[in-house]
Write a protein that binds this ligand. Structure first.
Ligand SMILES: [Zn+2]
Length: 154
């Protein structure tokens, strides 16, 4: 669902599994829940979905976790430290999953200045995320998802 006709990350994950990957993790930090990715990957034993997103917010899903779906809802207006703690918790869970490949749904609309959200991440937080994901030591690829031109801080 979301704003997309095709779910690029889910297609890539399914192709990677068809080509022999054993455990693929999707790390979705777009501020909107990845409901389409969740629907496609739900209940599959060979992949796991980790989504950190504002909730409640569009599309209105992602409040709870189940089986291979790990959702980290963050309330609108949450302080930057709370949002970042949810990202850290999701990263820790992803590490425990021990994936052979990580697919990143890279949405930058949790940035402080993005008019589509009420989140408070800064560019340093996105840099930190990239360093942490790379440090896991397995192949990582990312697909750009949401972001709009940020308003300036006043
Ligand atoms: Zn988004």
């Amino acid at each position: 669902m979301g704003f997309c006709y095709l779910n690029s990350v889910a297609l890539a994950v399914l192709e990677a599994l068809a080509r022999g990957q054993r455990k693929v993790a999707v790390f979705d930090f777009d501020v909107h829940h990845g409901n389409g990715t969740e629907d496609i990957l739900r209940c599959r034993p060979d992949c796991a979905f980790f989504s950190i997103h504002q909730f409640p917010a569009y599309p209105g899903t992602g409040e709870s976790s189940h089986q291979n779906i790990h959702n980290y809802p963050v309330p609108p207006g949450a302080p930057r430290a709370e949002y970042r703690q949810n990202l850290a918790d999701a990263l820790a869970a992803l590490r425990r999953y021990e994936p052979t490949l990580i697919a990143v749904s890279a949405g930058f609309d949790a940035y402080y200045g993005d008019p589509l959200s009420d989140a408070a991440l800064e560019t340093d937080d996105f840099h930190w995320l990239g360093v942490e994901l790379r440090a896991i030591g397995v192949p990582v690829f990312s697909v750009l998802e949401g972001a709009t031109a940020p308003r300036s801080r006043t």
